[in-house]
Design a protein around this ligand. Structure first.
Ligand code: CAA
Length: 694
């Protein structure tokens, strides 16, 4: 007999009540789900004919956590709260969580409240709250510590990583891997040894070495880069070791409430939702998007080899085409080094690396690309060369194949015009190193067909990357806005701020590396080349700072030559009076008035102009949504996600500040720095990005 309770269905199997949560898309613990669970558990507890409870879920996944959208409205506090559901479960009949897909966050916390847990072999489990600026606030830190010990709890709660069923079994997180979820969980429960509620288990917590927490604090004060959640997580797990179950739960709840009330949680939720939004292209989703199974990569340099590896890792057969055997053998070596690095850093098992490598072939003749679905060109940034490559690709590739360029600066329309299929030409702009960086700009040319763009976006997701759809503009979206950030770093140095102060401010803000050190790492000679071209298109009244060129003239090319804006000793970056003297001389020659800066002014000068240029990119259609710009900065340049992204931050701290700075910079530096019309209008009307249509 089946009883339907809205989103939770109950069936009976030989005296076991099987509760199935059915709340698409991910069975999140919304008010409706909690209510359904509470009613069904209470009913099973009260029914003498019921011996135990199975909790499972319909669709593609077990419960994937609290409902993120409801969390933002405080609806997690509406009764029945998750805590109340858990109390019914913990004080009731023996129970088993039957897990498939992903048991995440509050979902895993429900499972941890059951007396037992079983999972399908391909299920994954995790506590990703740290990624949302929270900690597992439904007893996760307490129960996991008691079940698996503090080392495992620290690892899973601080990293937020998902473990596969086999590892979960090894860690003691689940009791068994089962072949199906229809009958096996109930059968398991019928024969399982009775188990006490986890919260009452304390046997693993004797003799905990305090250095475990000291070490975790030391490591995470560096790794957290300004995020609050890691320290609270460590504190909650330490509490689990020293306090009773009830006291531990109270400590965890207090820490959760502090994080929930802070600024980082909403910013991280914004980043989470923005990433999912960015993947959506305008118009209805096209169900007929072709699957890419064979690809060509033109150019086996650093970028091409990285892209080929990313494709091969996703199961795609790849052929790298380069000009001659010498170039190909260099590409082969790069690929070998890349995979050796992935194995040694534990990113890939040696079996997986071997299988992926075997998918990569090499050729000097375009004829090898006769059966591809996609080509990605990663040749040097020379328009004539790219046009020749695209003409050659057009001649051999089947008509359905998409031809993509990885250009970071050239005009997609001019490249597409070299083919007979401009509708099939798009940009797929990876960031270096391609196998690590998550951002890919999916660039639409004037003629790019919606289906080609949708195929590109779907491919990017399949590669485990984050795609942002952008228009065909000089520097596209990410590099276009980056110029204003790095440009300010240079003007600040001219005006008297030191490279160390600028980088210290940016790094304290949460950037992985400050803008000056980033230039040194990328190579100042490379930057000088790009700027030569850029300088040609500047408005006549504007100038670029000459500091990079001055460093190059002095033979200081950045990290690779041992000195740039800093000097490098065994990879360690050190302030360099010689570099400072070059900056001082250049400033004197320009007649720039010099002064000292406080850190707040430097921070505003670096980050607010990004908002202004971002607004221009929205106005001219290069970017679709303000949140896309946030996604690009977080995934392309390591902008701290706990600040939501530059556009989120700009809105939060007031567009007036952005405009006031732009008014000053515009008067000083020229029209590109002036306040964008969109910002001025929004400040007048009080609209936020969404209300303004972005
Ligand atoms: N709440 C509400 N909606 C959610 C959600 C959640 N927890 N998780 C995912 N969604 C939504 C997404 O926004 C998306 O919606 P749209 O289609 O409208 O854009 C949809 O579900 C599908 O999500 P994905 O595109 O990410 O699908 P996927 O198959 O690639 O991944 C997933 C599925 C692994 C569950 C992934 O969505 C994910 O990691 N979700 C976040 C899980 C999480 O962080 N849970 C912890 C929540 S906090 C918590 O639980 C606190 C606590 O202690 C009580």
């Amino acid at each position: 007999m089946g009883v339907s309770m809205d989103v939770v269905t109950v069936t009976r199997q030989d005296g076991i009540a099987v509760l199935c949560v059915d709340y698409p898309p991910v069975n999140a613990l919304s008010v409706a789900v909690r209510k359904g669970l509470a009613e069904a558990i209470a009913e099973a507890n009260a029914d003498p004919a019921i011996r135990g409870i199975v909790i499972r879920a319909a669709g593609k996944t077990f419960i994937a956590g609290a409902d993120i959208k409801e969390l933002g409205q405080g609806l997690h506090l509406v009764s029945p709260t998750l805590r109340e559901v858990q109390q019914l479960l913990e004080n009731g009949k023996p129970s088993v969580a039957a897990i498939h897909g992903t048991a995440l966050g509050g979902g895993l916390e429900v499972a941890l409240t059951c007396t037992h847990r079983v999972a399908l072999a391909d299920a994954r489990l995790g506590l990703p709250e740290v990624k949302l600026g929270l900690l597992p606030g439904a007893g996760g830190t307490q129960r996991l510590t008691r079940l698996c010990g503090p080392e495992v709890a620290l690892d899973l709660c601080l990293s937020g990583r998902q473990v596969k069923a086999a590892e979960a079994l090894e860690l003691g997180l689940i009791d068994a891997i089962v072949p199906d979820l229809d009958r096996a969980p109930a059968a398991f429960l019928a024969t399982a040894a009775p188990a006490p509620a986890i919260l009452l288990r304390g046997d693993r917590l004797a003799d905990i070495d305090q250095t475990l927490f000291d070490d975790a604090r030391r490591t995470w004060s560096r790794k957290a880069r300004g995020r609050d959640a890691p320290a609270e997580i460590i504190g909650a797990i330490e509490a689990a070791c020293g306090l009773t179950g009830e006291e531990g739960l109270r400590a965890e709840r207090a820490a959760f409430d502090r994080l929930y009330a802070g600024e980082q949680h909403p910013a991280l939720v914004h980043a989470f939702l923005a990433e999912r939004q960015a993947a959506k292209l305008p118009g209805a989703p096209d169900p007929s998007i072709p699957v890419i199974s064979r690809a060509g990569v033109i150019g086996g340099g650093l970028m091409g080899a990285g892209i080929a590896a990313v494709l091969a890792n996703a199961g795609i057969a790849v052929t790298i085409v380069d000009i001659d055997d010498a170039a190909l053998s260099a590409a082969r070596e790069r690929i070998a080094r890349l995979y050796a690095g992935s194995v040694s850093r534990g990113i890939l098992s040696s079996d997986d690396a071997g299988a992926a490598r075997a998918r990569i072939g090499f050729a000097t003749d375009y004829a090898a690309l006769a059966d591809i679905d996609l080509a990605i060109e990663a040749a040097p940034e020379i328009m004539d060369l790219k046009r020749r490559i695209f003409a050659a690709l057009d001649a051999v590739a089947p008509p359905h194949a998409i031809l993509a360029t990885n250009t970071s600066s050239l005009d997609i329309d001019a490249i597409a015009a070299a083919t007979s299929r401009p509708g099939q030409v798009i940009g797929l702009h990876f960031f270096s190193p391609a196998n690590i960086m998550k951002l890919v700009e999916v660039i639409r040319g004037r003629a790019s067909a919606p289906q080609a763009l949708a195929t590109g976006m779907k491919l990017v997701q399949r590669l485990g990357k984050v795609g942002v759809s952008v228009g065909n503009y000089d520097g596209f979206l990410a590099n276009r806005t980056l110029q204003f950030y790095t440009g300010q770093a240079e003007f600040l140095m001219e005006q008297g701020a030191s490279p160390e102060q600028i980088d210290r401010v940016a790094e304290a803000f949460g950037m992985p590396m400050g803008p000056v050190a980033m230039r040194d790492m990328a190579g100042l000679d490379v930057a000088a080349l790009v700027r030569k071209v850029r300088a040609l298109s500047l408005p006549p009244e504007e100038r670029l700072s000459p500091l990079i060129e001055k460093m190059v003239e002095a033979g200081r090319l950045g990290q690779k030559s041992g000195a740039g804006f800093y000097r490098y000793d065994n990879g360690k970056r050190l302030p360099d009076p010689e570099a400072q003297a070059i900056i001082d001389d250049a400033a004197r020659a320009l007649g720039v008035e010099r002064r000292s800066f406080d850190d707040d002014e430097i921070r505003d000068r670096l980050f607010l102009p990004i908002v202004n240029e971002g607004a221009r990119a929205l106005e001219d259609g290069t970017a679709t949504r303000a949140s896309d710009i946030d996604v690009a900065w977080i995934n392309g340049y390591g902008f701290p996600a706990h600040r939501g992204g530059p556009m989120y931050g700009g809105m939060k701290h007031g567009l007036q500040r952005v405009i006031a700075l732009a008014d000053r910079l515009g008067a000083e530096l020229g029209p590109r720095w002036k306040a964008a019309d969109l910002l001025v209008r929004m400040a007048r009307t009080g609209e936020d990005w969404r209300a303004a249509g972005y």
